[in-house]
Design a protein around this ligand. Structure first.
Ligand code: ADP
Ligand code: TRP
Length: 391
């Protein structure tokens, strides 16, 4: 084996995860996964990438499908370029790939951090509010936010508004506690590994902010060395998000919304066939006018497509604008579809080959989880000592 640093003192640590909830789309790729691979390949970080299966239980799921979703996402990671690491510590151009639920320290630390987290902080989290279907007071008073009730307006404005408030209460009542507590488990995922950086799309920034707040709170509340040899000082690092040039890829159908698998028609999935890609790009909305120009305010749809093109082809947007000057939307779309299909051709083949060997993928996850588990165990022991739950 080559001599490489095995200590995280030489390489900053980065951690990120994705929920195994279905197929990956180009937003997941350009916002997160492409960065995972680039950061790994830079050789500058100790990389931990995991499958956030515990987080995925917060949404409706079929237990029969879950193992398949876990293995598929692991195959996605590898097919897109993550190299499972063969040794503990910072391996150049390799990553530790693991399964969250195989490491009990994630749930243990989440519980401990729960005791430091005000419910008020969690109830303002946008992802929770979106997923639970909760609008804030200001949104409730804006009729344009009421999709279904719109046709009843304006006559019954008052009535609808009070009904909307009642509906909100019902949504809040039934939202599961896991969905509410999701950001605390995410904080535990990150803090356990001493991550300085977390590559994610910008929809996760609020969660990262909470993670930093919890790290600070814990460090301030439990600073002291209780007895010699127990370690004093700061227990947790405060992590920063790392974004790509495309931290928010927009929907193909409605460029005002982010591309999300909750609206499959708006997504380009990474394993879509070239024919599917052509069809989706062809029917993607465009803006008025015919110029292929980057102008997110006035031409949101074509600007989104230009960003996708630019990131995948690694060409500056200005260059693309020149290349497509005088050309039609249709010509631009045909080329873009080709660029996308070609970019993921290798991935599609690799993923199929990997999925034909599910035992190999499971073995990779288990061995990665053993390695990550060793690091996580150390941190959770330190935490338990700091808060005094050791005998
Ligand atoms: P989804 O929103 O489709 O359910 P996830 O929540 O599983 O996707 O996101 C996995 C990762 O992909 C996260 O880091 C998230 O920030 C990123 N991501 C998701 N959607 C987008 C998007 N439209 N643009 C950029 N990044 C995204
Ligand atoms: N919350 C992330 C998402 O919705 C997934 C996730 C869970 C995560 N734990 C994490 C991302 C820790 C980064 C670090 O996509």
């Amino acid at each position: 084996m080559s001599a490489h640093p095995t200590s995280n003192t030489q390489h900053p640590t980065l951690v990120s995860g994705i929920q195994p909830t279905g197929r990956l789309h180009i937003g997941n790729y350009l916002g997160a996964l492409k960065n995972f691979v680039d950061l790994q390949n830079s050789g500058k970080y100790e990389c931990y990438f995991f499958i956030a299966d515990l987080h995925s239980l917060t949404e409706e799921f079929d237990p029969k499908e879950k193992p398949k979703q876990i293995l598929e996402l692991t195959a996605d990671y590898i097919a897109l370029g993550l190299n499972p690491s063969a040794s503990l510590g910072a391996s150049p151009k390799k990553s530790t790939i693991f399964l969250q639920s195989l490491i009990p320290a994630h749930s243990e630390l989440a519980w401990i951090l729960n005791t430091l987290t005000p419910m008020g902080e969690l109830s303002r989290m946008t992802q929770f509010r979106d997923k639970a279907g909760i609008l804030n007071e200001e949104e409730i008073s804006k009729p344009e936010k009421w999709d279904k009730e719109r046709e009843l307006l304006p006559k019954t404005h008052q009535v609808v508004q009070s009904q909307m408030k009642a509906v909100q209460k019902i949504h809040t009542y039934w939202a599961n506690v896991g969905l509410f507590d999701y950001p605390v488990l995410m904080a535990a995922d990150i803090l356990l590994y001493g991550a300085q950086f977390v590559p994610v799309g910008n929809d996760q920034d609020q969660h990262l902010e909470l993670t930093r707040t919890l790290a600070r709170k814990f460090n301030a509340k439990f600073p002291a060395r209780r007895s010699p040899g127990e370690g004093g000082g700061k227990t947790f690092m405060e992590p920063k998000p790392l974004h790509t040039e495309t931290p928010r890829v927009m929907s193909l159908k409605n460029p005002g919304n982010k591309m999300s698998k909750s609206d499959p028609a708006s997504c380009l999935f990474l394993d879509d066939s070239p024919t599917e890609i052509q069809a989706k790009i062809k029917t993607a909305v465009t803006d008025s006018g015919s110029e292929i120009k980057y102008d997110p305010k006035n031409k949101a749809a074509v600007s989104n497509l230009l960003k996708i093109y630019s990131s995948l082809a690694d060409k500056p947007i200005e260059k693309l604008e020149k290349e497509f000057s005088g050309k039609t939307y249709s010509e631009f779309k045909t080329e873009l579809a080709e660029v996308i299909a070609n970019h993921f051709a290798d991935y599609r083949t690799k993923k199929k080959t990997l999925l034909a060997k599910p035992h190999t993928i499971a073995a990779i996850l288990k061995s990665g989880s053993q390695k990550a588990g060793t690091k996580a165990e150390k941190k959770i022991s330190e935490v338990k000592k700091k808060i005094g739950i050791t005998i």
